[in-house]
Design a protein around this ligand. Structure first.
Ligand code: NAP
Length: 264
């Protein structure tokens, strides 16, 4: 993704901290104007002031709680109507700890609204707008737990599996339109998400924890290379390709008019 030749705007959700704030810094350095979305207006405004001064770009703050229907609609309306927006980074998200048996309605609802519903509706609006324009890009932040549901909280892992699946379908739907789709699968990354969910990074071996700047820089390199799925920690990309190939090899075997012999 070279520096923009025309003024373009990136809409980043979850831009007030962590991965989203780091995308904001990196995209401002690439010449993007920014529309920063999250709940914490003070933090967003501080970041906006910093980046506008440092990079001579326009940075606007849009305060929204993306677990709320009306706020999702407000951000979606802006995405639909603002033709300068050519990049959507769906980064806002929360994690959960504990077993499925311990799940409570409020925190489950909040996670599903934010990690799934907001990302889905914003991706849909961007697909329409960018598709009509014949250009644009959607970056969805998933997680490696999409690939390891046995190892982490069921609701969070399932939400990230959804993000991976949605992004794969979306790329297929947008093929040939000029719109790029990328889904990033971070491993453990040093941000506030653990404390926010009542846990701590101190429990994780240091060898497993990536600094957030390294994560976003690697993700943007994957984006520049046109990758659909970017797994910054994965040293050998042929492992992911083998998994994808094995999955697609199942395709001709997954729907038949008779059950398999072992079930008769
Ligand atoms: N850190 C990791 O190890 C890791 C690994 C894999 C994937 N991820 C994913 O990376 C994404 C970013 O997380 P992070 O690690 O950067 O954590 P973070 O520092 O806690 O950032 C989360 C962002 O989401 C925003 N947010 C939370 N609830 C929101 C709501 N209801 N409405 C609008 N915005 C909301 C927060 O801003 P406000 O509080 O201001 O609203 C914040 O900007 C998430 O999707 C997460 O699942 C993280």
């Amino acid at each position: 993704m070279p520096a923009a030749t025309h003024p373009q705007t990136a809409l980043i959700t979850g831009a007030s901290s962590g991965i989203g704030a780091t995308y904001a810094r990196r995209l401002a350095a690439r010449g993007y104007n920014l529309l920063l979305v999250a709940r914490n207006q003070t933090r967003l405004q501080q970041l906006a002031n910093e980046l506008a001064a440092a990079h001579a770009v326009q940075v606007e703050v849009l305060t929204a709680d993306l677990s709320q229907h009306d706020d999702i609609e407000q951000v979606t309306a802006r995405l639909r109507s603002d033709r300068q927006i050519s990049l959507l980074v769906n980064c806002a998200g929360v994690a959960l700890y504990g077993s499925l048996a311990e799940a409570d309605l409020d925190s489950t609802h909040n996670l599903l609204q934010l990690n799934l519903l907001a990302l889905t509706i914003l991706s849909s609006a961007a697909a329409v707008r960018f598709g009509l324009a014949g250009r644009g890009a959607i970056i969805n932040i998933g997680s490696v737990v999409a690939l390891l549901p046995e190892r982490f909280n069921a609701i969070y892992s399932a939400s990230k599996a959804y993000v991976l699946s949605l992004s794969q379908s979306l790329q297929s739907e947008l093929s040939g339109t000029g719109v790029q789709v990328q889904v990033v699968l971070p491993g453990v990354t040093r941000t506030e998400i653990f404390e926010r969910a009542g846990s701590s990074l101190a429990r994780v071996p240091a060898s497993m924890v990536m600094e957030v700047e390294d994560l976003v820089d690697a993700a943007l390199r994957g984006f520049d290379q046109g990758e659909l799925v970017t797994i910054p920690s994965l040293q050998d990309s042929s492992e992911w390709q083998a998994l994808t190939q094995a999955r697609l090899q199942l395709a001709p075997n997954l729907s038949h008019n008779q059950p398999a012999a072992r079930y008769s």
